[in-house]
Design a protein around this ligand. Structure first.
Ligand code: ADE
Length: 224
């Protein structure tokens, strides 16, 4: 998979992809993440990428030309399955959406800033609009990072234990059960006996039951 992220604050994203699982995923060749600075596609020598909104109102708007040039430069090199715009008024990100996106080959993610992008960018180039939740961030970078992380960890081979993504919360519409590690007794707080029993089938049953209990009490909406 290849993910191209278009941003006017590309430095915000650098360290996010340079550590831990996301770093290993790139080094292992499971994903290529390429970050692009909108300013590199500005049309004037001052490298301007935003302007006041027509009709007035507070806040700057990212202009259509630099973004169009950037997207066209990418799409002239390869074809893309989705051109995603991260925006609070997009479709709310869910695990099911992430699962579907993880099956694609090439994705562009466009990060908004200020008051957002000129509507013509959305009309002409964007194939999917995604929100990571009902709150407003100062830019789409964190949202692109969240979406990329959720996708990349699902790519086959990225997690050491491949089953661990299958047992995540939200896969199967259930929250994950509690987990424990050593010591078996911490200041009198003991690990449930069943987990020390070695009975694989019984442990599976217990985990499923705990998942159900947790989902019922914390997220009953998932069981509907
Ligand atoms: N940009 C600003 N806020 C956002 C959000 N909640 N989701 C996606 N992109 C955003």
């Amino acid at each position: 998979m290849r993910i191209d992220i278009i941003s006017c604050v590309p430095n915000l994203l650098d360290s996010f992809f340079a550590h831990s699982i996301l770093k290993r995923a790139q080094q292992g060749g499971f994903v290529e993440v390429v970050i692009h600075d909108i300013r590199d596609y500005a049309v004037n020598k001052h490298r301007t990428i935003d302007d006041y909104a027509f009709g007035g109102g507070a806040g700057m708007v990212l202009q259509v030309e630099p973004i169009a040039r950037c997207i066209r430069a990418l799409t002239s090199e390869r074809s893309y399955d989705e051109v995603i715009y991260l925006t609070p008024d997009g479709e709310q990100m869910q695990q099911k959406m992430v699962n579907q996106l993880s099956l694609l080959g090439n994705i562009i993610m466009l990060c908004g800033h200020y008051k957002g992008v000129d509507q013509r960018v959305r009309d002409m180039f964007i194939t999917k609009e995604v929100s990571i939740g009902d709150y407003v961030l100062s830019g789409g970078e964190l949202a692109a990072a969240v979406l990329s992380d959720a996708i990349i960890r699902l790519l086959p081979g990225v997690l050491n234990d491949e089953t661990s993504a299958l047992t995540d919360s939200f896969q199967d519409n259930l929250l994950a059960p509690p987990v424990y590690t050593r010591p078996a007794d911490f200041e009198g707080n003991k690990v449930p006996e069943i987990l020390l029993s070695g009975h694989e089938a019984k442990i599976e049953d217990w985990r499923h039951e705990q998942s159900l209990l947790r989902t019922k009490s914390r997220r009953p909406d998932l069981l509907q």
